[in-house]
Design a protein around this ligand. Structure first.
Ligand code: ADP
Length: 200
């Protein structure tokens, strides 16, 4: 299904299974992405406090309006100041955003995490699990950890695509909305390397 305002882009099949879901790539602003406002969600690259921040987190909070931070505040703390530990995910309504839900996850700070590849995989996997359990069929991710958390983007793209593949029979479409030409090119190259074998 076409995401509104996101014509073009590239589409791939996530696996060879009959009825396998699709992976779609776009360049743009994830706050504008939606499919139907009912079974769609965007993922926020949040921090552990979940009360907003810079980058994509700030953009999502600005576009959703102040009710989003109020909803995040209601997410119970698991330790002081931590609502979502690194690698985990939480879900809230999306308020003024065009999608139905926001899934908040926290990627690793590349230079500070002992096993950043495990934490990044967990962030994608737990977001997709939460989506599945909440009946989300269309989900859009930004390049988690590839901003101020400084994850090398090529390595990040491989983890993003391989983890999406694990859910090929659970979610109809996994979208990546990349904010720059460079990131779009990297994700595109990785998707071609990993998924072109499944194209009809
Ligand atoms: P992190 O702290 O996980 O590194 P950032 O928000 O700094 O998160 O960056 C994650 C990625 O999101 C970066 O590639 C950044 O360019 C991108 N980004 C920033 N704003 C947006 C947006 N509105 N839509 C999509 N991606 C965005």
């Amino acid at each position: 299904m076409a995401a509104s305002g996101f014509g073009g882009g590239e589409a791939f099949r996530l696996s060879a299974a009959p009825g396998a879901g699709a992976l779609k790539l776009h360049k743009g602003d994830i706050t504008l992405w939606s499919v139907n406002g009912a079974t769609d969600a965007i993922v926020n690259a949040a921090n552990e406090r979940m009360l907003g921040g810079g980058g994509v987190d700030g953009a999502i909070h600005r576009a959703a309006g102040p009710e989003l931070v109020q909803a995040c505040r209601k997410v119970p703390e698991v330790r002081p100041e931590v609502r979502c530990p690194t690698g985990e995910a939480r879900i809230t309504p999306a308020f003024k955003l065009p999608v139905s839900r926001v899934i908040h996850t926290v990627g690793p700070i590349y230079d500070m995490d002992k096993h950043p590849e495990v934490s990044l995989k967990n962030a994608y996997e737990n977001s997709l699990k939460l989506a599945k359990y909440n009946g989300i069929q269309y989900i859009a991710f930004p390049a988690i950890s590839c901003g101020v958390y400084r994850y090398p983007p090529k390595e990040a793209s491989k983890i993003a695509v391989s983890t999406a593949q694990q859910f090929s029979e659970d979610i109809k479409e996994v979208h990546f909305v990349l904010f720059s030409d460079d990131l779009y090119e990297i994700w595109h190259e990785t998707a071609q390397e990993m998924l072109s074998q499944f194209q009809k």
